[in-house]
Write a protein that binds this ligand. Sequence first.
Ligand SMILES: [Zn+2]
Length: 359
Amino acid sequence: MLTTAGSVEDPIANNFPAKAQRKTHLCKPASSLRVFRRLCVFAGKLLNISRRMQVFYTPRYYADIGDNHIFPIRKFELVRNKLLAEGTLKPDELVEPLPAPIEDVLLVHTNDYVSRLCSGNLTTKEIRRLGLPWSESLVRRSFYAAGGTLAATQVALAEGYSSNLAGGTHHSFSDRGEGFCVLNDVAIAVRAMRVRNLVRRAAIVDCDVHQGNGTATIFANDEDTFTFSIHGSNNYPLFKAQSTLDVELGDGTADDEYLECLANHLPTVFAHDPEIVFYLAGADPYAGDKLGRLALSIDALAERDNCVLRECFKREIPIVTVMSGGYGKDINDTIEIHCNTIRMVKEVFESRVAARRRA
Ligand SMILES: [Zn+2]
């Protein structure tokens, strides 16, 4: 049985921000609270209340998985460094998250799985399926990455947008991890917001090249969560789960076809009338990716980001961006694609909000 006293740098302590907990005790009916919040967010922006962007990152996103692992574990730090060095992010726009509280993690994952994960008792088969060697730093990293998405979700609900420089671990199921994904951060965030009556209807726009099989399975019977996955039909996983809407693309699908397909299907997602969108901006549909089978250019991936972000901005729906996969033959390409997502968040939200103010 898990307690609130975890052993891995206390990843499972109850440290959800006190402010947020107080917020949940404001016992307004959920629907009016949501409407009120949305009005405040966008009225505040239009009235020129300047707020800084908040992007979540911590050095604890790193875990020791060995030097030659195909998973580019240093990409989180490299993306952060590049965004800071070029001035896209100011130091005060980077915020360190807390680890996800155990009670939020258990809204998605089974007690048995989380218990054995934290105590280092996963089976050899489970670790093989996960594709990452178990270590305390891996457990810590997983709780912090989920905490980053949780924190970004809270900020997005208040400010309209936020990002986590990690997360999007969509191959994680309730009772197991696979495909480098230990905990399903987005599923945890959806459920955590729902139990706090902050969100009912959510949409997950998964543009990683691999199908979000864990996410699709977790929300299979949840009519309030729309799971959309646009992915390579011949990419992992071999056996796909059923999302609310799956779009499968053939090997070598390139820029125009991909962007047209995305634009054609996004209206179906928004017809669900989500109160928040989680955007998995995977870098692996890139032509130069080692694991992806699509053939998008870096520019087209930025246009993909623009397309999703613009639709949310237009409809005044809060959006959380998370990174997901990216295994470029040249890691600099992966870094550039992930950086583009944050640049585009700035461009779409900050510039356009400023333009609205001027108008
Ligand atoms: Zn992927």
